[in-house]
Design a binder for this molecule. Structure first.
Ligand SMILES: Cc1ncc(COP(=O)(O)O)c(C=O)c1O
Length: 377
């Protein structure tokens, strides 16, 4: 008999919050018009889009005009990088980023490299953090953008964004952070962080897939990714979706208190303590022990393969830190950049908790792991 389903993959995606579903229903009922139409059908749609923009701006502590709606985190990241590259007229265009970014930063950078951009990939330490002094040393006369993720999706490590953004500001270089994983989990006010560009992904935040945003500080000019009519202040063409904008706006309202995160981090810590208690030194924590997202537990079952461990659990949705390619286990680039040894990294499992996670679920996963793995402590 199958056990209950337990969802511990909130960093991959979140369910849509009931409050978000409610505002989407309302938007569907009363806002079918084109937000750009001045008549009775367009006006409520425009009002919904602009109310949502204000809600996103409130969470980020910025002016509503700084929020550009996108199709998600990947588009926002592509917009920041390619927008800076194509918006610059310099002969040499240099971008600084890190070795632990999400593929939606890594692959656009590789694409821009093929178009003559020079990319510096900053190394990280064993916890996944960059050293701001490395950033300072990497800056060149033609650096057009610095992009450092706020928190890592795999191990949850939080980067020293305030320090890095201050260095960028000293040199007059625009600073972007991919906050897809951090919005709603830790504070992300743009003026506190000191960033010029910031990425949000709705489906990590209890809104649906297909909506995100890029914060663009006043005075920063990016070439649009999508050219067309003058939507989003000429920065992203395409008729706005009142439905999806409303969803992101409401999700940002729900996220603003960060109120559930104390409970979630206590559950996450209880989970880790129980694993240490049962499995001793045969489990290892990946990521920074403290400077880490409150919901993320990336743990290696040393000497095991993460996917095999997960396969032995019944109904538990989580992710692994390695992939099988042509019969070989390959570590994720993030664990590799952190210098995690292969026999440790191949046993990595990412458990990410969220609003729906209960103590009973954590206890059940610990009990299941205790049944399938030898107890060593
Ligand atoms: C750190 C990070 N950035 C960007 C993205 C991409 O966001 P989206 O799925 O909305 O395109 C993700 C999604 O996994 C992510 O974790």
């Amino acid at each position: 008999m199958s056990m209950a389903q337990i969802y511990l993959d909130y960093n991959a995606s979140t369910p849509i919050a009931p409050e978000v579903v409610a505002v989407m229903r309302d938007a569907m009922d009363r806002a079918f018009g084109n937000p750009s139409s001045p008549h009775w059908a367009g006006v409520p749609a425009r009002q919904i889009v602009e109310k949502a923009r204000g809600q996103v701006a409130d969470l980020l502590g910025c002016a509503p005009e700084g929020v550009v709606f996108t199709s998600g985190g990947s588009e926002a990241n592509n917009f920041a990088l390619k927008g800076a590259f194509f918006g610059s007229t310099r002969a040499r265009r240099h971008i600084v980023t890190t070795r632990v970014e999400h593929p939606s930063i890594v692959t656009p950078c590789q694409f821009l490299e093929r178009l003559s951009a020079e990319i510096t990939w900053l190394p990280v330490d064993g916890t996944g953090r960059i050293d701001p002094d490395d950033l300072r040393r990497a800056i060149a006369a033609d650096t057009i953008l610095i992009s450092v993720m706020h928190a890592n999706n795999e191990v949850g490590t939080i980067q020293p964004i305030e320090d890095c953004a201050a260095i960028a500001r000293e040199h007059g270089i625009p600073f972007h952070t991919d906050a897809a994983q951090s919005v709603g989990k830790i504070p992300t006010r743009v003026d506190v962080l000191g960033v010029d560009l910031l990425t949000i992904a709705g489906h990590k935040l209890y809104a649906p897939k297909g909506i995100g945003a890029l914060y663009v500080r006043n005075g920063i000019t990016l070439e649009p990714l999508i050219h067309g009519a003058g939507h989003e202040g000429g920065r992203r063409a395409g008729t706005e979706s009142a439905l999806l904008a409303a969803a992101l706006g409401e999700a940002c309202v729900l996220a603003s208190a960060l109120s559930d995160m104390k409970r979630v981090s206590a559950l996450r810590d209880r989970f880790w303590a129980a694993l240490r208690d049962r499995f001793g030194n045969t489990v290892a924590l990946n990521g920074h022990p403290k400077l880490r997202l409150p919901n993320t537990l990336n743990v290696s079952f040393i000497g095991r393969i993460g996917a095999d461990v997960l396969a032995e659990l019944d109904g538990v949705a989580a992710s692994t830190g390695s992939a099988c390619h042509a019969g070989r286990i390959e570590l994720s680039p993030v664990l590799e950049a952190m210098g995690v040894p292969p026999e440790v990294g191949m046993g990595a499992v990412r458990f990410s908790l969220g609003r729906g996670t209960t103590a009973e679920e954590i206890d059940s996963v610990v009990a299941q792991l205790s049944n399938v793995l030898p107890r060593t402590a």
